[in-house]
Write a protein that binds this ligand. Structure first.
Ligand code: MG
Length: 458
């Protein structure tokens, strides 16, 4: 059912964990986008809202529709052009302005999305999104008279301000002295200009792959997983580079490749960066799904680790509430509090280079310095509602040690398993973790079998 047509029977929430997503001219129409713009403008009423986009082909169309909706309520729009989501968030934070990003992050090129940013630079809190949804469904839009409709102006300095902000948060001279040879794959996405520019300003010798804005993502899929990164991996196998980085489509994430072109798991990057920046008494935040490597690193540093439910906005909010120094997820989304409370791909790149410069170690040496955990992710398709499955599982697991913060986490002596439903698909994800790869595998299989049999009623 198209989102726009669904408002007569019920009022499903429009903003998912990462904003509204859909296929333009299909379930993400111009009319819908314009009404979302009207709803945002009617709710925010701050005089001016900033807007930006990633490189997707439909970006101009959706951005224009949302902007027209905002302006019809009498609110001005400030267009920042193509930029990484964290660059727009940085602008919002510094200028205390509400923002909108037209992006579908790592989704395939046919998708696009609308994501709202709070004036503190973090993802908009759920209660504000609900208020916007209420205005949308009630069609309670402000309609400005002809003299007071909003105006559109453009400002193209946000990317440079962002790059300068990232450079200023680390010891850039120490990095410059090292003359690192860096390869970065921006995947035709929003960081096509900003990350190469950042690396140049950090004195690196830069090889940039797919650093042209191409909304068809013709070079590779925009999710930075090993299977999508064959170009950068094979280039790095030549041995000519110190380190490699790859972004997702809107560059709020960055993954690391070591000097041999080996993909570094995101939870290891998070643990390493935490090890570099966390001091005794600091607070570190990560979801329940991250491996225990971060726990070991926090113990060693004397920092306190807080586990949250899964979702970057949840981690950000907890970090603000507790004044945390660093946090993030296992997928390459790292949040550095002193910079800004949101996932930031360029900040991840800079923090990793800072770590290399400070320790004088190669990426592979750094990885060896943290405890090795095996984190295996599997999924099972569901035909029954999760609430039923959960109830039955809890019955079967009554003698196990469990943590019910998000889904069901089963804690055993030599590892743990997390079973939780996906927020977007009818599947349940099963994460299993241990220091022993065989135990991690067996735990994953054991609980996959259990979920399957509960689901099929056998
Ligand atoms: Mg993203």
């Amino acid at each position: 059912m198209p989102i726009y047509m669904s408002n007569t029977e019920e009022r499903p929430s429009l903003f998912g964990t990462n904003g509204i997503r859909g296929i333009p001219n299909s379930d993400l129409s111009v009319e819908f986008s314009q009404d979302i713009g009207k709803a945002i403008g009617s709710y925010i009423k701050t005089g001016e809202i900033v807007i930006g986009k990633d490189t997707r082909i439909s970006g101009d169309m959706i951005l224009s529709a949302v902007s027209a909706g905002v302006m019809s309520t009498g609110t001005n729009v400030l267009g920042l052009g193509i930029l990484p989501t964290p660059a727009l968030q940085y602008f919002c934070k510094r200028n205390k302005k509400t923002g909108i990003v037209i992006t579908a992050s790592h989704n395939p090129p046919q998708f696009n999305g609308i994501k709202c940013i709070h004036s503190d630079g973090t993802e908009m809190p759920r209660q504000d999104e609900e208020a916007i949804e209420k205005v949308f469904y009630d069609r309670n839009f402000i309609v400005a008279d002809w003299k007071s409709v909003g105006k559109y102006r453009t400002y193209l300095g946000a990317v440079d301000e962002y790059v300068s902000g990232v450079v200023s948060m680390i010891d850039s001279n120490r990095i410059r002295d090292k003359h690192f040879r860096v390869v970065v794959d921006t995947g035709n996405g929003a960081a096509f200009r900003s990350t190469p520019e950042l690396l140049i300003r950090l004195g690196c010798s830069v090889t940039a792959l797919n650093a042209n804005p191409d909304g068809t993502f013709s070079a590779r899929h925009s999710e930075p997983k090993p299977e999508n990164l064959s170009s950068i991996i094979s280039l790095m196998k030549t041995g000519d580079f110190t380190v490699g980085f790859a972004h997702d489509g809107d560059a709020d994430r960055a993954v690391v490749l070591d000097e041999h072109g080996e993909f570094v798991d995101g939870d290891k990057t998070l643990a390493l960066i935490t090890k570099n920046v966390a001091r005794a008494g600091d607070i570190v935040v990560t979801p329940i799904s991250s491996s225990d490597a971060i726990e070991d690193v926090c113990d060693e540093a004397g920092a306190e680790l807080i586990r949250t439910r899964v979702g970057a906005p949840i981690v950000s909010r907890m970090m603000i509430e507790k004044g945390a120094r660093v946090g993030g997820e296992e997928n390459g989304g790292i949040i550095y509090g002193p910079h800004q409370y949101c996932r930031d791909g360029a900040a991840t790149v800079a923090l990793f280079l800072d770590l290399m410069a400070k320790t004088n170690k190669t990426p592979s040496e750094l990885i060896k310095s943290i405890p090795q955990y095996f984190l295996i992710k599997k999924s099972v398709e569901l035909t029954k509602p999760w609430t039923e499955i959960r109830k039955e599982l809890l019955g079967l697991l009554k003698h196990e040690k469990t943590d019910l913060l998000d889904g069901i986490k089963i804690i055993r002596d030599k590892g743990w398993v997390l079973i939780r439903p996906s927020g977007t698909e009818p599947i349940v994800r099963i994460y299993s973790q241990s220091k022993d790869s065989q135990i991690a595998l067996k735990l994953g299989e054991e609980f996959m079998d259990m979920v399957r049999s509960v689901n099929s009623g056998k």
